[in-house]
Design a protein around this ligand. Sequence first.
Ligand code: C5P
Length: 224
Amino acid sequence: SGEGPLSGKTVLITAGPTREAVDPVRYLSNRSSGRMGFAVAEAAARAGAQVKLVTGPVHLPTPAGVERVDVETAEEMRQAVTDRAASADVFIAAAAVADYRVPRIAEHKLKKDTDGELHEIPLERNPDILAEVAAMTDKRPFSVGFAAETRDLEKHARKKLERKKLDLIAANLVGRDRGFDREENELLLLDQQGSQALGAGSKRALAGKLIAEIAARLDGEASS
Ligand code: C5P
């Protein structure tokens, strides 16, 4: 923290995948590398913010000046976010939270021979962490989401903006050779005012642009 467009602000960020246990040795997860969220945390710190980064399991170094909280499951991520959301000015959800979890984690490793053929794993919905924060009625932070879509990017992202009642959403096309687990990305920003292409670039460069756009909107709120 220090000088910069976000000095005096606290920014809470989620990053990475979550990991949902099936039994002591197996889990459900996804291909998120955490790079976008970590780049956003680094950019926010460079902009002078006090940054808290709640991350699922990733192989990334903690950006300088960032307070990191490691979690594994969506429920742990939700708890870590809930504990910190009311003291944050901005919440940016860059984590790829697993949509489902296993309701009863087996105490012992599931066995093909004694537990039968393991064709089906029962699942239940995980909480939507971002929607919960955006629905806060007291001390609600400026709430920013990411939308990773394989098609109809703008349409699906705008639906998410409305449904989760977000202030801003950063949309990117994923799949094949784009998005997840890559250094490069391409973002489109959507809010109530309209849409704005941030273009293609490194996740680091795009994170800087996103943070600048968020800082400008906080300024707008303060002066209106
Ligand atoms: O609905 P979808 O998963 O596509 O929404 C993406 C956005 O919502 C991301 O910002 C993601 O971090 C957030 N999210 C969340 N908790 C969930 C699912 C998504 O915070 N359970």
